[in-house]
Design a binder for this molecule. Structure first.
Ligand SMILES: *Cc1c(COP(=O)(O)O)cnc(C)c1O
Length: 387
């Protein structure tokens, strides 16, 4: 293949154009070979609990999550996506209600609101990270708003205390989507403990994984009961299995240690990174410790004569990095499906320019992190030889 852009110099060194990739073996896989998981699998096999409806694993998981998140109730379930829906039901969202969410968010959250027969109300995110800007909430509020979904995305944490204060002054229920940031902390408080109800995901790519699965966490018995009854169809219709609960337990034990290693890797990578003038790192909440499911940047290289985000990503992927674009966002969704009463410039920008490095490589040795920096610098230098 030839460079699409004639201005690209040194491009022949890029793996995309036939050069040698920085990582010929490709990106590391996930989940990692956790020996603790091997042990519980063995134990669940020996006592037959792998194949039972009920048993100790779910109980242990719920206890562990209650304890670590200082919550009274945990509802384990089949996915984070379903947990968001159960949370909406739990806080009492009904048909024709309105629910605020960021115009840049996980697509399932929009669908979950629609699933209730309720109406998504779009609010813009902040300019320099991927979460709702609390300053913009007044402009979209109406007396029909019943709840707000707040997601912590791409390694940044939302200013959730401020949003909670705003919501509670108006009788709006707060749903915290902590699917991407298990174990993160704001001040001394663990993420997943904010809001009236919070949700976690145990999906196959996530930091805590059982292949599939999720959980709803709350202090309020009424929320827990409504959510639970919603999923109960004479049988639990959206369950987490004993075996799924079992494999999560050893992962919870090493979560803090792994989060720390990932955060250190991010610091190291950003510091040792070259002059990546077209990649803009987000601004982080003060006094917070994030957790990295993805490491995100906003890409600005497509202004002027640089490559499109897609071409830039293809070049990085060809070097062997697991790097991709972010969410598409909802700002182009029809007004029949949502209320879009304000301008959403930063959500649109995030939809067009977010790029995300997948987390598994953040647990690798420093020599590998050096090669990640090298790969990004190589692509950057090929497209912008004069920077
Ligand atoms: C992954 C994810 C979910 C849903 O999780 P699943 O378990 O995959 O259904 C919800 N919200 C956010 C922000 C996510 O990243």
């Amino acid at each position: 293949m030839q460079p699409a852009n004639k201005k690209v110099e040194h491009a022949q060194t890029l793996a995309l154009y036939g050069g040698t990739p920085v990582f010929p073996e490709g990106a590391p896989s996930w989940p990692s070979a956790d020996p603790g998981v091997g042990e519980v699998l063995r134990a669940a096999w020996s006592d037959g609990s792998w194949g039972t409806y009920h048993g100790v694993w779910i109980e242990r998981l719920c206890d562990a999550l209650c304890q670590s998140h200082h919550r009274r109730f945990v509802l384990p379930c089949s996915s984070g996506t379903y947990a968001v829906e159960a949370a909406l039901r739990g806080v009492g969202v009904e048909e024709k209600d309105e629910v605020i969410l960021a115009a840049y968010d996980f697509p399932g959250n929009f669908r979950a609101i629609e699933q209730m027969g309720a109406r998504p109300v779009l609010v813009d995110i902040a300019e320099d990270h991927w979460s709702i800007d609390p300053e913009r909430l007044d402009a979209v509020y109406s007396s029909d708003v019943r709840a707000i979904i707040i997601s912590h995305l791409h390694g940044t944490l939302a200013p959730i205390s401020e949003i909670e204060e705003w919501a509670h002054a108006r009788g709006v229920a707060v749903i915290e989507d902590a699917c991407q940031v298990p174990g993160a902390k704001i001040g001394n408080r663990i993420v997943g403990s904010f809001g009236d109800v919070s949700v976690l995901s145990f999906g196959g790519s996530k930091l805590l994984t059982a292949g599939r699965g999720g959980a709803l966490l709350t202090d309020r018995e009424d929320i827990y009961q409504r959510a639970k009854i919603f999923g109960h169809r004479g049988n639990d219709a959206f369950p987490l299995s004993q075996l799924q609960a079992a494999v999560l337990l050893p992962q919870l034990e090493v979560l803090d240690e792994f989060n720390l290693r990932r955060a250190q890797a991010v610091t190291y990578l950003l510091k040792s990174g070259g002059n990546w003038t077209n990649l803009h790192a987000p601004v982080h909440l003060e006094n917070a410790q994030s957790s990295y499911y993805k490491l995100g940047w906003l890409y600005s290289g497509d202004t002027g004569e640089g490559p499109s985000r897609e071409l830039f990503l293809q070049a990085l992927q060809a070097e062997g990095l697991a790097i991709d674009s972010g969410f598409r966002g909802f700002s182009k969704r029809s007004e029949r499906r949502c209320r879009r009463s304000v301008a959403l410039p930063f959500s649109e920008k995030a939809a067009d320019s977010t790029i995300l490095l997948h987390h598994p490589i953040l647990l690798a040795d420093q020599s590998i992190l050096d090669k990640v920096a090298e790969a990004i610098s190589k692509v950057h230098a090929a497209f912008w030889p004069n920077v």
